[in-house]
Design a protein around this ligand. Structure first.
Ligand code: ASP
Ligand code: MG
Length: 242
């Protein structure tokens, strides 16, 4: 099994979702596809939660997770339906029922053992070549939704890769790969073709934004290679972190 993760930019509109299907169609691998909310949906839902909170005295962080998590639930329903429409059989999975966390809302901590048990059980119950699920969101054992921190979908994908002993993880991004600088700020930014896990970890701890900083550890644990590739040019090499 390979894990593919598509961020908000890659599914921001209909064209993005068609492009995702094209990438999925070009491989025969078993896939776990992890998807973020479309475009800037999470920011919009954050604004909505703030507005709601003016009339509601419940705990903000807890309410935030219940509202904001709908962004990924919605985007993955659309992706799954479109893949089916294209003849790509797939199973939609609800990560809020699979990934178990504590109730540290907005920055929940994952229970790896409980999550593994749920994941294996669910996949056995629904054998399929392609699964579609949400990044960033999870749930407590008493049925509340949680989130793993902004931009946390990369981290979700790395956790799933670890628990599935995946062959590789690919993060499909709107940049050519990991660059020496942010290409939108520095026209001299160059692609880094390969990095070790340690080099990548240091780069991210120093503030590079291209990958969520918690992504490396679950992959290094199981020696799972990480590809960072441009979703508009899937034939390009991108960056390999191993
Ligand atoms: N949708 C979430 C966010 O924008 C998670 C992610 O994109 O990784 O923070
Ligand atoms: Mg995002």
């Amino acid at each position: 099994m390979k894990v593919y993760k598509f961020g908000g930019a890659s599914v921001r509109d209909a064209e993005g979702i068609r492009n995702l299907a094209k990438i999925v169609k070009s491989t025969n691998d078993n896939l776990m596809i992890v998807v973020s909310a479309m475009g800037k949906t999470t920011n919009a839902l954050e604004g909505l939660t703030r507005a709601l909170c003016q009339y509601d005295l419940r705990d903000f962080d807890r309410l935030y997770d219940q509202v904001v998590s709908t962004g990924e639930l919605q985007s993955t329903r659309i992706v799954s339906a479109y893949l089916s429409h294209c003849g790509i059989g797939n199973q939609w999975l609800d990560m809020t029922q699979i990934m178990v966390t504590d109730n540290e809302f907005r920055h929940a901590n994952v229970d790896m053992a409980a999550t593994k048990e749920n994941l294996i059980k669910t996949l056995n119950e629904h054998p399929c070549q392609v699964y579609v699920t949400q990044g960033f969101i999870a749930g407590t054992t008493n049925g509340l939704r949680t989130t793993l921190g902004r931009e946390g979908s990369d981290y979700t994908a790395a956790i799933l890769a670890n628990l599935l002993d995946a062959e590789s993880l690919t993060l499909w991004k709107d940049v050519p790969g990991v660059m020496t600088a942010d290409p939108t700020m520095d026209s001299n930014a160059k692609l880094i073709e390969q990095m070790s896990y340690n080099e990548a970890d240091i780069f991210l701890q120093q503030g590079a934004q291209v990958i969520h900083r918690k992504t490396i550890a679950p992959l290094r644990d199981k020696h799972i290679p990480l590809y960072v590739k441009p979703f508009l040019h899937p034939e390009e090499q991108g960056t390999l972190i191993h």
